[in-house]
Design a protein around this ligand. Structure first.
Ligand code: ADP
Ligand code: MG
Length: 569
């Protein structure tokens, strides 16, 4: 037997788990069942694509999850016949934190119990959540196609033990010794049924709950008359406790909002209801079903280069992958859900996926569907504000990345503006409609702070001429992306720090005259400022303030741009 240290972050996470700051402890069953289902998905796929693995499986192999509990032993066991883990898998999967989502969760932890427990709700903390209720856990696992099984044991503090053992068939057994104070609640038939029904009703495999039931013998009338005592026997029950159907295959009309929302929670680890649900069944040249969700709050890892994609690909109900970032364009990486195709081959590889016509069609149609749904949401500006708050930035990325849908995306973006009331935003459509007939461009200014921008001396000439200026204060992205939009319905985007001020008429002679008048002073200012500016000039842009700083037109922020491009994929 070998002892192993947990990676530091795991230690921190476990510390939090074992002190059970989180009130929603029941989710550990959802997490373990979802892992079991993932493991079966993987073996299901190998069974169809790998002859060697197929040969090791019984002919009638079918994925299933079994749950048992023991009130006296104060324990709960979750068993799957999925792909299993070998020694290296066990160390890598449940001893370290590989996922960016979990990592950023640990990084975001504050040490403040209340805040941190809120954070858990937003994350799929996965396997480790078991330590909210367990005093000790054994994971006994055998990987499909391999001979030796391994046992991983830990009480959730500092280290875990690993040793070889024997196990007949491939898959994983998770034995959970419950903490005394949790035993009564979770080693219970009704409670388990209830939790599985709530979170795991629509995983694609049957979940069986085994328990013992006391059965009283039925007596015949004669026996009853003769005073015979009914015999009591203990019988083993094995009850299927979930529906085990792919929810997305059910007809739209049959599904209730609750069912959609519960399913969302089971695939997203999110504890809140989604903002929108988009269920589509396509028939025709390509046949497929998609079920997409827009989370109420943007995923925490959305602006990390190593974000986890949220869409799973299935082919005829067989899980193919959940790590393919190309299923939707990167700007829609906040979308969660499922794509299930009837036409793709099961052994579709990454390379094939990227070039596949079928996949390209599904992707294109999916983007249209999602954008349409967002457009529908935008009809109610007040409600739409909650979407904008979370995803405006993603739309901006899209308007730059997705040429086909650029106009649609530009219309969905909302902008702060020199004319909008505080807290209100405007759209390009509204901007154009409000402009007078002389105007032929969309004017904007970029910076870090809304108030500073709104009081910029550069706005004076525009205010005077009653021209609305968009206030872009998400500098990191706005500065780079806005110039790349090009135009919206033929109106070009113009940065007022480098564009000529509108409608200020001044003859060449008058201009020369003013320049001559101020020649000495501009020279002097230039001397004083020296290297820190490239030029000092007289301007007609200002009407009240004496001076302002403007950008050099060729001033490209290359480093910042490279960083942003990386995040956008
Ligand atoms: P996630 O499921 O999001 O990857 P978890 O913490 O739930 O994160 O699980 C970590 C990893 O442990 C999984 O990705 C998987 O590789 C492995 N794992 C967990 N449970 C099982 C299981 N029952 N069978 C096979 N592998 C498992
Ligand atoms: Mg998991």
């Amino acid at each position: 037997m070998a002892k192993h240290q947990f990676q530091t972050e795991v230690g921190q996470l476990l510390q939090l788990m074992t002190h059970s700051l989180y009130s929603n402890k029941e989710i550990f069953i959802r997490e373990l069942v979802s892992n079991a289902s993932d493991a079966i998905d993987k073996l299901n796929y190998l069974k169809l694509t790998d002859e060697t693995i197929k040969a090791t499986l019984p002919q009638d192999w079918a994925g299933q999850v079994n749950i048992t509990f023991d009130e006296e032993d104060k324990s709960l066991t979750i068993i799957d016949n999925g792909i299993g883990m070998n020694e290296a898998d066990l160390i890598a999967s449940i001893g370290t934190i590989a996922k960016s989502g979990t990592k950023s969760f640990v990084e975001a932890m504050t040490g403040d119990a209340k805040k941190d427990s809120n954070l858990i709700g937003q994350f799929g903390v996965g396997f480790y959540s078991v330590f909210m209720v367990a005093s000790h856990v054994d994971v006994i696992s055998k990987k499909a196609g391999e001979e030796v099984a391994y046992k991983w044991s830990s009480d959730g503090t500092g280290e875990f033990d690993l040793s070889a053992c024997t196990k007949e068939s491939s898959g994983t057994v998770i034995y959970i010794k419950l903490k005394d104070e949790e035993a009564e609640e979770f080693a219970s038939k009704e409670r388990i049924k209830n939790i599985v029904g709530k979170y795991s009703n629509h995983i694609a495999y049957p979940i069986f709950l085994s328990y013992k039931e006391e059965v009283t013998e039925e007596l015949s009338e004669e026996d009853e008359k003769s005073g015979k005592e009914a015999k009591k026997t203990i019988e083993d029950r094995n009850e299927k406790i979930n529906e085990a159907t792919a929810l997305w295959m059910q007809p739209k009309g049959k599904l209730k909002a609750d069912e959609y929302n519960d399913f969302y929670k089971s695939i997203s680890h999110d504890s809140s209801d989604p903002m929108a649900t988009i269920h589509t069944k396509a028939e025709g040249v390509n046949e497929y079903t998609t079920l997409f969700y827009i989370p109420a709050t943007a995923p925490m890892d959305m602006y990390r280069a190593d974000y986890q994609p949220g869409v799973k690909l299935y082919v005829k109900r067989v899980f193919i992958t959940d790590s393919e970032k190309e299923l939707l364009p990167t700007y829609l990486r906040f979308v969660r859900g499922i794509i299930d195709s009837e036409d793709l081959p099961l052994n579709v590889s990454r390379e094939i996926l990227q070039e596949n016509r079928v996949m390209a069609n599904i992707k294109q149609a999916s983007v249209k569907k999602i954008l349409n749904e967002i457009k529908k949401m935008s009809k109610d500006e007040e409600k739409y504000a909650t979407f904008v708050e979370q995803y405006n930035r993603a739309l901006k990325e899209g308007a730059y990345q997705d040429f086909t849908n650029k106009e649609a995306l530009l219309e969905l973006i909302r902008f702060k503006s020199s004319k909008a009331e505080a807290g209100k935003m405007t759209s390009l459509k509204a901007y154009k409609e409000a402009a007078d007939s002389e105007q032929k461009a969309i004017y904007y200014i970029v910076g870090e702070n809304e108030n500073v921008l709104k009081n910029s001396p550069l706005l004076e000439a525009y205010k005077k001429n009653d021209i609305e200026v968009l206030i872009l204060d998400d500098k990191e992205i706005d500065e780079i992306i806005t110039p790349m939009y090009g135009a919206y319905q033929e109106w070009e985007f113009k940065d007022i720090t480098s564009a000529e001020a509108p409608k200020v008429e001044q003859s060449e002679e008058a201009k020369k005259e003013v320049e001559a008048k101020f020649e000495d002073i501009t020279k002097k200012i230039k001397e004083i400022l020296g290297e820190s500016v490239s030029d000092v000039r007289v301007t007609n842009r200002l009407s009240e303030s004496p001076s302002c700083v403007v950008k050099d037109a060729g001033d490209a922020q290359m480093a910042q741009m490279a960083q942003m491009m990386k995040v956008m994929g």
